[in-house]
Design a protein around this ligand. Structure first.
Ligand code: XUL
Ligand code: CO
Length: 435
């Protein structure tokens, strides 16, 4: 039986196609820089948005039509949803998915019952994965929705709440291992504060680090070799989130001896909420060898919250793919559509239009990025811009072969330095040649 009757398997038809249920640019087997588009992108669908997001907002309830869902907390309903989701993955030709424990299975009235439900649903997901070849990009625990986590989980002032969250992480790690997950994400849902008047920041950060260390140790014990990630976001739901941006996360990981164990899962709309571009966040992460995975979406310039829209901006996807190619591409990570339809797009077929658009936007970004790299002028410009560091005083500073007195003597013997133009506008024109 089909849950999406009338919707065909989405296939590549090329840029001249007018079929809304076809890829115009994403051609999974096409080679770009010697690798298939499929392998470059490693697209993933987010279980929470596809299956569990009713599209409610602070002013009104959900609008999404989900005829397959009886809205109950039963395991049967959860299992049926998994079937719907796998039909979606199959029709979309998306190879990976990501979940929170509580998206795939219900939270019941105690941890034992919730764990039991998770076990049953993951048994079913495992079967579905085996029969379809779909894979789990990453799993995570939802440590922010239940009222017990109102003050945080890893950073809760209440040690019993911390313990509950840690126990949930254990079960979510077990589930991720069972499903062959290639990663595990920590997004600090409520790991932050609403006011410093009631908050011991240092103690909360120590506890958050303790939770991550416990998870890393447990992963070793059970043989989970997937990549751990931390996902930066500056606010929402907390007023201030501790993992506010890539630099704050890296500082936290360094301070607590976690750099060898976690990389970053960067999300576009989180970057912009933090007052950065996604390119900035990726550049910060890549410089630290911590560029792990991407939650692909985009925000709205005119709205100040995390609108989680599907990526359609080709200039944005080009900059993401340019940075990704430059960094050698994904290893364990992928492009996870942590994105939701607008509340007005409430019909099941809108799920398809949304993902088709996102995949095509990234395909165009990939092709433009590869063309910019093949052209070489952009890279050549940057290389030349720093050429003065390759010899003379620059090389001596880089190799730490010079003292401050020697630098001073050098400057006293030289005329005023001559600056070259940064040529920003020329470079913007160059990039636009390929978009
Ligand atoms: C919230 C968000 C989460 C994480 C996973 O803004 O991005 O969905 O990606 O917990
Ligand atoms: Co995310």
């Amino acid at each position: 039986m089909s849950y999406f009757p009338g919707i065909p398997k989405i296939q590549f038809e090329g840029p001249s196609s007018k079929n809304p249920f076809a890829f115009k640019h994403y051609n999974p087997d096409e080679l770009v820089e010697g690798k298939t588009m499929r392998d470059h992108m490693r697209f993933a669908a987010a279980y929470w948005h596809v299956m569990r997001n009713g599209l409610g907002d602070p002013f009104g309830g959900g609008t999404a039509l989900m005829p397959w869902d009886d809205q109950s907390d039963s395991v049967e309903n959860a299992i049926k949803r998994a079937d719907v989701f796998f039909e979606f993955l199959d029709k979309m030709d998306i190879g990976y998915y990501c979940f929170h424990d509580r998206d795939i299975a219900p939270e019941l009235n105690n941890l034992a019952k919730s764990n039991e439900a998770l076990e049953k649903v993951t048994d079913h997901l495992l079967q579905l994965q085996q029969s379809t070849g779909k894979k789990l990009l990453w799993g995570t625990a939802c440590l922010f929705s239940h009222p017990r986590y109102a003050h945080g989980a890893g950073t809760s002032p209440n040690a019993e709440v911390f313990a509950y969250g840690a126990a949930q992480v254990k079960a979510a790690l077990d589930a991720t291992l069972k499903l062959g997950g290639e990663g595990y994400v920590f997004w600090g849902g409520r790991e932050g504060y609403a006011t410093l008047l009631n908050t011991d920041m240092k103690r909360e950060l120590d506890h958050l680090a303790a939770l991550l260390h416990l998870a890393v140790d447990y992963a070793k014990k059970i043989g989970f070799t997937g990549q751990f990630y931390i996902e930066p976001k500056p606010r929402e739901p907390s007023t201030h989130q501790y993992d506010s941006d890539a630099a704050a996360c890296l500082n936290f990981l360094r301070e607590y001896g976690l750099m060898d164990h976690l990389k970053l899962n960067l999300e576009t709309n989180h970057a912009t909420l933090a007052g950065h571009t996604m390119l900035h966040e990726m550049t910060v992460a890549a410089a630290a060898g911590a560029l792990g995975s991407i939650d692909a979406n985009q925000g709205d310039e005119l709205i100040g919250w995390d609108t989680d829209q599907f990526p359609t901006d080709i200039y944005l996807t080009t900059s993401i793919m340019l940075k990704l190619l430059e960094s050698g591409g994904f290893t364990t990570g992928g492009l996870n559509f942590d994105a939701k339809r607008r509340r007005e797009s409430h019909e099941p077929e809108d799920l398809f239009h949304a993902h088709i658009g996102g995949m095509d936007a990234f395909a165009r970004g990939l092709k433009s990025a590869a063309a910019i790299r093949a052209d070489g002028r952009l890279e050549e410009f940057v290389t030349k811009r720093y050429a003065s560091w390759n010899e003379g005083i620059g090389a001596k500073v880089e190799t730490k072969a010079i003292s401050l007195e020697e630098i001073s003597a050098h400057v006293l013997s030289q005329p005023e330095p001559k600056l070259a133009s940064g040529r920003q506008e020329m470079l913007e024109n160059l990039v636009n040649e390929f978009i």
